[in-house]
Every structure is written in C-alpha cells, then in structure tokens.
Design a protein. Sequence first.
Length: 321
Amino acid sequence: IMRPDDANIAGNVHGGTILKMIEEAGAIISTRHCNSQAGEPCVAALARVERTDFLSPMCIGEVANVSAEITYTSRHSVEVQVNVMSENILTGAKKVTNKATLWYVPLSLKNVNKVLEVPPIQYARKEQEDEGKKRYEEQKLDRLETKQRNGDVIFPIINPEPHTVGYSQSSLIHLVGPSDCTLLGFVHGGVTMKLMDEVAGIVAGRHCKTNIVTASVDAINFHEKIKKGSVITISGRMTFTSNKSMEIEVFVDADPFVDESRERYRAVSAFFTYVSLSKEGKPLPVPQLLTETEDEKRRFEEGKGRYLQTKAKRQAQMQQA
C-alpha cells in the first residue's frame, strides 16, 4: 500500500518508488529461475532496464500489484517483463500504471565476478524465442554504445542564469550501506534507480518551479557493480525540453574509497523524462532550455532526436491499435 513517504507533495507516488518495486519483482523471479536447477547458488543482478512509461499516476492509499514473467533467456541473461497495476481498495477501481522490461545476469554466491549459465525456458511458439533473441541482440548493442559515451562529468556553475543547464543541474552523494545491498554485497538496482529518479525530479523541479512527475525512463544501463561501502554520486542535468516535457540525463559514479586500488568509475546511466503539472494535475508548458555551450547544444539536438523518435513510435502504435 502506498503511504505518504512514497509520494511527492501533490500525493503522486514517486517514479523511483515504482521503479524500486519493479526491480524487486524482477530480481526475485530471475534469482528463483536461475536456482531452479542443481548447480552453484547465485543471485540475479540487474544489468539493464528498457524504456518504461508511466502510463497513469499512482496515489497515496492505493495498492500496488506488481507481476513479473520471464520472457526470454540467453546463455547468461534473463529477460523479465513486469507489469504494475494500482488498485483503489475503497472503490475496487484498477488501472495499469507501468510496463517494463528488465535484463538480469546470475552471479555466483561463491565468486561475484563469475557469471553462471541460465537454465533455458520453454517457449509456446518458436516465434517467441526468435523475437526474444532479437531484443537481446539490440539491448546488447545499445549497452555497448552507451558505455562508450560515458565520459562526461558535471561541474558546478557559479551564478547561473535561470532555465540554463547549469541552473537546474543537481547532484546527490550517498554512502552505500548494508541495507542498500544484495546478498553479494552490491547495491540493489532498485535502490540506485530510486536515487536517480530523486535527482532527476530535483532538476525538473528547479527548471520549471512547478509540481513535476516522471513520464518515462529511457534505457537504464548498469555498466559495473557498486560495492558496499562505496560513495556514489548521482548527477543530473537537463538535456532537452519540448513544449510539455523535459529530458534529464542522470548518471551514477562510484568511488570505492575503502579500496585504494580502484579509481572512481561510471556505474549507471539513463535518461528520465518529466512533465510539469498544475495544482489540478493538468499539463503545463515547460520553459525552453537555454543552451550556452557547444556541448549543451549538441546534447539538446540528440535529445530532440530521441524525442521525435519516441513520438513517431507512439503514433505508429496508435494507428496499429
């Protein structure tokens, strides 16, 4: 059941809270499947979350029903489809709020750097396996491309102008404790995503000075594990604005300061999309992002490309429906 500490000031449940529930469901079903046959015990670790849209808001007092299903397995990874439904237990009304696809890899309990083989699943149709393999190859390629462009760092800007990138950019520093971690001593993917959504929400709120909600999350790529005792810095910056939405790039850097042999590294990266709402919950216009540097202009054009691509996909889906 959703409580006040799960929601924002308008009573809508934080996107990060929902992402955390989605990841917990995926981790449970993946770990259960990967231990279904005799062999080394393992824990499923989150490697990637495909784009997920927040189809409908969830409110305080509603019950979240989270269901998960394994839809594809490769030799070393598991694809999980997760659906989230909200239920008003006073009226009985139900609505779908989220659909997400997650990828997990099984890590040995004896050796956290060892990826184990995944037991295969039985497909109802040969086409299901072929479609799953295609999705696997696409996400594998995208993860590689994303990792190659992960060299950016956010620096503070003195006296930035309103509606510029520097004005709204934000960072959060968090010490990874035992309650954040799996049995292997590494951070839960859901914990990381919740912190990322919190930072992205601050960026969006600073930019438009209104109530904001998570509209969607582009692929979240987990490049490397984050160990217990590390200090993580979650950084967010505005990359693109349309008339009614804001794209925020968020990345997580880990500093294993108790391990002097390892330098700071990029662990996770993603793009979050937010919308601005009035007190009545109606969409509001978003102030135009002012770009000042060549890098900011380049990122704006890249964000515009992602926005137009997503818009075209939605229009195609509506025509098919």
